[in-house]
Design a protein around this ligand. Structure first.
Ligand SMILES: *[C@@H]1O[C@H](CO)[C@@H](O)[C@H](O)[C@H]1NC(C)=O
Length: 254
């Protein structure tokens, strides 16, 4: 008996007993792209056929808003879709406090693209494997290493629009290296974003990575920068008081 019960449960789970598809059911997943809400372009998928992707219906934009509208019979109400720009990178949009590269319906209306706020969309993609992004991906993760072993990690808030700084790193610790790691959202919006390490008076420390000597530091997937004496160019640990990330910082070598 036990065996039969299990077998039945398994068959039910696999959907073999599911009723034939009801063609009146609305399992549509609509992606509405609009310029400020007017005349949205509607690209429609069916939940049964996901994951799926296609160019936006009727043209590439420019658009400022994206809204996901799930039909009443869509089973996965957490379903998310995304929009790819002309460069095939996911576009970032916000809704209230949320910043993401995949977007839900949740009956909360449209998401608004940012940086830039009007974008051309090459493709919309809906995929059951999409999940909301972690808040960590909107931050810049900075690691300061003291002596090759002990390190401190500090996060600076998203500085793609305006400068942001860390808390004061009180204490007299001197650091040898600094490593900048942009969260995914920051990297999509401004892969060239730079940060500085400043002393108590706001003066920037100098550091070196390969041949580059600078007072503001990028991620660029090239690893850590070593603090140096700006005159002798020899390694010189820095008593860093604060970290500042600023979209206006430029490389001295640019
Ligand atoms: C340094 O930053 C890179 C990203 O460019 C990251 O992959 C790496 O894990 C970071 N290293 C440390 C020690 O934090």
């Amino acid at each position: 008996m036990q065996y039969k019960t299990l077998a039945l449960a398994a068959t039910l789970a696999s959907g073999a007993f599911a009723a034939p598809w009801n063609y009146n059911a609305d399992d549509s997943v609509k992606v509405l792209l609009s310029k400020d809400g007017a005349y949205p372009s509607t690209t429609t998928f069916s939940e049964r056929q996901l994951p799926n992707q296609r160019p936006p219906h009727g043209g590439n934009g420019p658009f400022s808003k994206i809204e996901i509208d799930l039909g009443k019979d869509v089973k996965n109400t957490a379903l998310r879709c995304q929009a790819l720009g002309q460069d095939q990178k996911p576009l970032v949009a916000t809704r209230g406090e949320n910043v993401d590269i995949t977007f839900s319906d949740a009956d909360k209306g449209a998401w608004t693209f940012r940086n830039p706020s009007y974008v051309d969309v090459s493709k919309v993609v809906c995929d059951p494997s999409f999940v909301a992004i972690s808040k960590q991906e909107t931050k810049i993760h900075i690691t300061l290493v003291e002596n090759g072993e002990s390190a401190i990690g500090e996060d600076v808030d998203d500085a793609t629009v305006e400068a942001k700084e860390s808390r004061a790193l009180n204490g007299g610790t001197k650091f040898q290296t600094i490593n900048i790691s942009l969260g995914e959202i920051v990297a999509i919006e401004n892969a060239a974003l730079r940060c500085a390490a400043v002393d108590m008076h706001g003066n920037k420390f100098t550091a070196k990575r390969g041949e580059n000597i600078d007072v503001t530091f990028s991620d660029a997937d090239k690893g850590e920068w070593t603090f140096i004496d700006p005159n002798t160019k020899q390694p010189m640990p820095a008593k860093v008081n604060k970290l500042v990330c600023d979209p206006t910082f430029k490389s001295l070598n640019a």
